[in-house]
Design a protein around this ligand. Structure first.
Ligand code: AMP
Length: 273
């Protein structure tokens, strides 16, 4: 695996089929699944590790975000990753354009007000300097995938977005670097996030969508020390909240953000009826 640290080294890359996997490091099996899927599709793979300051609020965990570069490198080598891009903050952020996403003020954008604009701005810069044929992202960050889809269309990037289903622990808990902040007890509580999403989805298929069922699920989560920020059903394209209906039809995302202690977790289920 070749390590790349500058734009100049990127320019020397000569790949005919390059897939880009942006990450913030502290890699787990979810990240590695993105690499494996890209390799299966016969791409050369470039993974970036960069904790993007533009997407963190001032009271968030930018400074304490877990850094495990040595282990990350070994994991990527084991998956036959071709290139690891470790950009220097100064060069990457130099002259960056501030993006604004139509999705910035929905779902996670409500309690993280500049998050998605910060994500879009950094990914635009990455796409400009790496020029990948595809970008590979996880469905766990569903809203982020919509932001990047919008970005690609807006700037006419010749880049395909490929999304990969969420990798989960045996308990159902979505893998996340932030799971490292949880105690054992909190991890057990956190597994209830996914089981409750599944139960809610099953109820929607059985009874249609009603807000009383949703409210009961939120009460259940709160009783289990899960501090729900949002837990709702959204249109999978516009992210507008869905009205009650006995006969739903369309593409939806049942999505949640919740805090356990100080740890903010997200998860979702995407489905069509
Ligand atoms: P992050 O390092 O958290 O910025 O994530 C980098 C990429 O990995 C994003 O595209 C995420 O959606 C993806 N990712 C994170 N967790 C998972 C997971 N459990 N399963 C699949 N993809 C994931």
């Amino acid at each position: 695996m070749k390590i790349i640290k500058s734009n100049k080294e990127l320019e020397a890359l000569n790949s005919k089929k390059l897939a880009f996997v942006p990450t913030m490091g502290n890699l787990h099996a979810g990240h590695l699944k993105l690499v494996s899927e890209a390799k299966k599709l016969e791409y050369e793979v470039i993974v970036s590790i960069f904790v993007n300051p533009l997407q963190f609020g001032k009271d968030e965990d930018f400074d304490s975000y877990p850094k495990t570069l040595k282990e990350d490198k070994l994991k990527l080598i084991s998956k036959e990753c071709d290139y690891l891009f470790l950009p220097k903050s100064k060069e990457l952020l130099n002259g960056i354009h501030q993006e604004t996403s139509r999705y910035n003020n929905f779902l996670c954008g409500i309690d993280r007000p500049e998050h998605f604009n910060g994500v879009a701005s950094i990914i635009r810069k990455f796409l400009e300097i790496i020029k990948p044929n595809s970008i590979i992202m996880g469905e766990k960050d569903f809203q982020q995938t919509l932001v990047i889809k919008e970005l690609i269309i807006k700037h006419n990037f010749k880049c395909k977005l490929i999304t990969i289903p969420t990798a989960r622990e045996n308990s159902g808990l979505a893998m996340s670097s932030r799971n490292n902040y949880l105690t054992e007890t909190e991890r057990m509580q956190a597994a209830k996030i996914y089981s409750t999403l599944v139960d809610t989805k099953n109820l929607i298929f059985k009874n249609g969508f009603n807000r009383k069922d949703l409210k009961n699920k939120i009460i259940y989560l709160k009783k289990n020390n899960i501090n729900v920020i949002y837990f709702d059903l959204f249109d999978a394209e516009s992210l507008e909240s869905i009205n009650e209906s006995p006969h739903l039809k369309g593409n939806f995302v049942l999505a949640t953000a919740a805090k356990i202690g100080n740890t903010r977790l997200i998860d979702n289920i995407v489905f069509s009826i």
